[in-house]
Design a protein around this ligand. Structure first.
Ligand SMILES: C[S@@+](CC[C@H](N)C(=O)[O-])C[C@H]1O[C@@H](n2cnc3c(N)ncnc32)[C@H](O)[C@@H]1O
Length: 422
């Protein structure tokens, strides 16, 4: 049911009954034959929604008034969230249990629609964030014209000024960048590693000098394509997983939730079941998190090849795996590296691609390796489900899947899928 309640001016408000959540975190509703993607709502709610974008096929809207609330609705713990405010968290208004239920429904729907797989999914809590808050160990702040810190509004360059971020890890907040002025900066990113290091990465506005305030952290300048330059302190940080330390360049990739690296490593090894003497691939290996676990398991008679495109991450991976000579890290894109290295087979393959997923050509190439097990780590259930469908004609079926609430207060979800060759 929907009806227009206000018209004219640059905004239009409509009354909607909101349906299920789609991939991307929007609730889906209908208005005069068009789909409406609604933020700040929950399934089953009746809301007044303000239209924020209109195309011939769909509308986007923000629920600005809740006429009938879902039992899952809570008061957002963050004072900066809500329609037109900070664009960082989209599910602050749902209880943590409801967030996990909604994410599970999205994964189930994507698997059914894109992979043709009917499967019940449970999204598991990840240790290290009480009530879904205080977990982000890397926060990218925006800087307003006068040098004040804030966070970007949703789909906008506007800055919502903040004096703290509720999902930032306490170690990020300790640096206190929000209380300082960053004239000349376009962005300020704060990174806090589990080993205790802090770094601040400052992106200057084009052609501007940044007047840097004093902070108790390493300070790096983002020089665009040339990478980052350390002004003071160390550019590399230490992340600890179990009894192993990983060197990670501050600007490089590391799981952002403090419990994620250990949780994912356990899940990957549990599905991969690497055995002594096996030949394993870790594609999109970052600084070698999974390669290290695989290399320990396959032992000196086995071998692990990691493939990673970021040169700095490759250097870090080689350093991190220096005590495991059976693990080798190759720099390059997966799309070309397997051919270049003439990799023809593997006992098991772990893939952890960026949000875009593997894509057709990598699925086809990985399938030719004829590995009995493929473990697919994914931060996007849509591209993962699409790739699972592309693996099917090669005889791979989804044998198991775990999903993790690695990004509480947002719609994002991490999945680890096990594909086995029939
Ligand atoms: C989601 S991260 C996973 C890293 C690692 N598995 C971890 O958990 O720490 C994806 C990694 O893939 C790398 N990457 C992106 N595109 C790539 C490509 N086409 N070929 C190889 N690596 C790529 C990125 O630099 C990044 O380190």
């Amino acid at each position: 049911m929907s009806r227009d309640v206000i018209g004219g001016g640059s905004t239009m408000a409509i009354e909607l009954t909101v349906g299920q959540v789609a991939n991307g975190g929007w609730c889906v509703a209908r208005h005069e034959g068009r789909v409406v993607f609604v933020r700040h709502a929950l399934p089953g709610e009746r809301v007044i929604a303000e239209v924020t974008e209109e195309t011939a096929r769909f509308l986007r809207a923000d629920a600005v008034e809740i006429l009938e609330a879902s039992p899952d609705r809570v008061t957002p713990p963050c004072p900066f969230s809500g329609p037109g405010r900070c664009g960082g968290c989209d599910w602050q208004h749902a209880s943590p249990e409801a967030q996990r239920r909604l994410k599970a429904a999205v994964v189930e729907e994507q698997l059914a629609r894109l992979a043709g797989v009917e499967r019940r999914v449970t999204v598991e809590e990840v240790p290290g964030s009480a009530g879904g808050l205080g977990w982000r160990t890397r926060v990218q702040f925006a800087v307003d014209r006068d040098g004040s810190i804030g966070l970007r509004r949703h789909r906008s360059h506007d800055v919502e000024r903040v004096d703290r971020c509720a999902i930032a890890h306490p170690a990020v907040e300790e640096v206190g960048v929000e209380a300082l002025t960053w004239r000349g900066a376009a962005g300020v990113e704060v990174v806090a590693a589990s080993g205790g290091d802090h770094a601040v990465i400052v992106t200057p506005k084009p052609g501007r000098r940044v007047s840097l305030p004093d902070v108790d952290a390493a300070v790096l300048i983002d020089e665009g394509k040339r990478g980052t330059r350390a002004l003071h302190g160390r550019a590399s940080m230490t992340e600890r997983v179990g009894d192993r330390d990983f060197r990670v360049t501050a600007s490089g990739f590391w799981q952002v939730h403090p419990g994620a690296a250990a949780t994912l490593l356990d899940a990957v090894l549990d599905f991969a079941r690497p055995k002594a003497g096996e030949w394993a691939l870790d594609l999109y290996c970052g600084v070698g998190l999974f390669a290290a676990g695989l290399a320990e398991a396959v032992g000196p008679e086995g071998a692990v090849l990691g493939v990673e495109s970021d040169p700095q991450a490759v250097q870090d991976a080689r350093w991190n795996l220096r005590d495991l000579p059976q693990a080798v890290t190759e720099r390059g894109k997966v799309e070309e590296a397997l051919d270049r290295l003439e990799i023809e087979r593997a006992d098991l393959v772990v893939v952890d691609p960026p949000r875009a997923g593997l894509g057709r050509s990598v699925v086809d190439r990985v399938a030719t390796l004829d590995a009995p097990r493929i473990v697919y780590v994914s931060c996007d259930p849509a591209t993962m489900s699409r790739d699972i469908a592309w693996f099917a004609p090669y005889g791979y079926r989804l044998a198991d899947l775990r999903a993790f609430d690695q990004y509480p207060m947002t719609h994002h979800v991490e999945c680890v899928a096990l594909l086995v060759k029939e």
